[in-house]
Every structure is written in C-alpha cells, then in structure tokens.
Design a protein around this ligand. Structure first.
Ligand code: 5GP
Length: 139
C-alpha cells in the first residue's frame, strides 16, 4: 500500500490538525490518543513518512523507540500504573487503522480490561489535563 501523505498523523506532524502534544524532538512526536484505551494512553510517532514497520527506516524506528521509553517513564510517573503496554500494529489485519507508523503507550492495571480500540473520543478537556500531567513528568 502506498503511503497516504494526508493520513491523520501526517497532518498532525505538519500542524494541520491539532493534537494534545506531550513531547516533540527533531525526529519524533508524542501526543494523547484521542480515543484512549486507558487513562494516559499516548501515541509516539516518527515524523518521517512510513505506514508501518516494513516501510519505516531503521534509524527512524530507533528514534521512535527512544521516545517510547521516555514517554513510558513519564506516563508511569504521571499515572502510576503498575504496568505499561507498548503496542504497534502493522496492517489492517493486525488492527492498524492509521497508516503512519506509531507506538501505543498504554497504562495497565491488573484485573482491568483494556478499553476497546479506537472506540470513543475522550473529552478534550480531560485529554488536555492528561497531556499536562505527562509533560510535567517529563520536566
Ligand atoms: P491503530 O489502530 O492504527 O494502531 O491506532 C490508531 C490510533 O489512533 C487509535 O488508537 C485511535 O484512537 C487514534 N486516533 C485516530 N484518529 C486520531 C486523531 O485524530 N488524533 C489522535 N490523537 N488520535 C487518533
């Protein structure tokens, strides 16, 4: 599948649509998932165009994973979950719905089921408050 330069995350990288940003560097961007599967669900993306693990350059993947570790630490500090799940889906058959490579950083609690994937938009005010908590933990 050819990369669609107008996919939602490409548009977020270009600043054409807003996001609740928690972190940015030259190569990566991290922001709240608009339909979180748990409180504190953050997405990490490389800025480079690539729809999945197969088509994203290794150096961009490495940069993204460095940011994933940074964000996982901050989410743990901000929300205190005993577990953190990192997920990265490739292809519609795997459940991928946005075709710009991304990692999910999702807090997990024993006995608490994961929310349904991409099901319901969260209150923007709540997402803004959660982003502020993650940003504060990054300072
Ligand atoms: P995938 O299914 O591709 O692994 O995950 C895509 C994720 O992007 C889903 O968890 C979904 O909630 C999230 N998402 C979809 N559209 C938007 C959007 O416009 N903004 C943000 N912040 N997240 C989005």
């Amino acid at each position: 599948m050819a990369y669609d330069a107008n996919n939602i995350f490409a548009r977020i990288v270009r600043g054409e649509i807003p996001c609740h940003k928690v972190y940015e560097d030259a190569d990566t961007l991290a922001f709240m998932d608009i339909m979180p599967q748990a409180e504190g669900h953050v997405l990490v993306i490389p800025k480079v165009a690539g729809e999945d693990i197969h088509s994203t350059p290794p150096e961009s993947l490495a940069a993204a994973v460095r940011t994933v570790q940074k964000i996982a630490r901050a989410v743990k500090q901000a929300f205190g979950p005993p577990g953190i799940m990192i997920a990265q889906l490739n292809g519609a058959a795997a459940g991928q719905s946005v075709f710009h490579l991304h990692f999910h950083v999702i807090p997990r609690h024993a006995g608490k089921d994961l929310g349904i994937h991409a099901a319901r938009q969260a209150d923007p005010a709540v997402l803004a408050a959660h982003a502020a908590r993650v940003r504060a933990a990054l300072e």
